[in-house]
Design a protein around this ligand. Structure first.
Ligand SMILES: [Zn+2]
Length: 76
């Protein structure tokens, strides 16, 4: 997964990541622009279930949504 650097607009790549919770992961991102040098921490989190698991974990309680509500907004 990559992100766009908020300072120079170049791509940022994940250097390391670790589990933060049952549904989230924390990652260190580094900007690919050597002249920028920005390093940041980001979170990736599961927020909704589109298709329930066949063998659900009772400790996981993500809300179930219809597929048309699950699509992320289109950004331009
Ligand atoms: Zn940058």
């Amino acid at each position: 997964m990559s992100m766009t650097c908020p300072h120079c607009g170049k791509v940022m790549h994940v250097r390391t990541s670790q589990k933060a919770s049952l549904v989230s992961k924390e990652a260190y991102y580094r900007c690919s622009n050597a002249n920028c040098g920005h390093i940041a921490i980001g979170i990736t989190e599961l927020i909704r279930t589109v298709v329930p698991a066949n063998h659900p974990n009772p400790n996981c309680s993500l809300p179930v949504v219809k597929p048309d509500k699950a699509a992320p907004p289109i950004l331009f």
